[in-house]
Design a protein. Structure first.
Length: 202
């Protein structure tokens, strides 16, 4: 039994609630299918899937293996029953950039496009790429940090819609670059419910 497997024995999750974990594991992120812990003393994170999504762990591990530790994605170290171990990334998500007023530049958008195009060349279908799944690192580099839905068959327009909003609104010199959380969350909810429709780039 390795160190990760020992950690997993001491993690207990019900639904999306973490009921038990080792004291030295810090929660640094939560998503709709998993929670992410920082592994102490290492530049690695442990992504543990919620009970209803345990099957996604092996799927995500296989996708990372196909991406071959490409520079636009976190490095993959290992995977097991209900978990994956990935590179720890220091930085902010694009969502956090909006909240803090850190300008999202055109070249950052282009880097995400390059990352998604690389995945397509590997036969994958980049999906669920949104503000919280893209990071600006402290080094200035950009990473796509969630690939678990890159094998779904349906077309996902999240990223293309974000680019339309960026072109038409955000990139204007007169458009604000900082927003309160409530406003960003409101826009996200309206978008998900279909009240916001965007005509995509040709």
């Amino acid at each position: 039994m390795n160190d990760i497997e020992r950690m997993m024995i001491n993690i207990r999750i019900e639904g999306t609630s973490v009921l038990q974990k080792p004291d030295d594991l810090t929660i640094i992120g939560r998503g709709r299918s998993a929670v992410v812990f920082k592994i102490p003393g290492e530049q690695k994170v442990l992504k543990v899937f919620y009970p209803d999504f345990v099957h996604l762990a092996r799927l995500e591990a296989s996708i990372y293996q196909e991406l071959h530790n490409n520079d636009y994605y976190p490095s993959f170290y290992e995977g097991g029953e209900g978990y994956v171990v990935l590179e720890y990334l220091e930085g902010l998500t694009f969502y956090e950039c909006l909240i803090q007023g850190i300008v999202i530049k055109e070249e950052m958008i282009e880097k995400v496009d390059q990352a998604l195009n690389y995945a397509r060349k590997k036969g994958l279908n980049p999906s669920d790429t949104h503000l919280q799944n893209v990071m600006l690192l402290s080094s200035g580099e950009v990473r796509v940090i969630d690939v678990v839905r890159f094998r779904q068959s349906k077309v996902c327009t999240h990223w293309e819609d974000l680019k339309v909003a960026y072109d038409r609104l955000y990139s204007s010199r007169f458009f604000p670059k900082k927003y309160p959380v409530w406003f960003v969350e409101l826009i996200i909810r309206l978008y998900r419910k279909g009240f916001i429709r965007l005509k995509r780039r040709k």
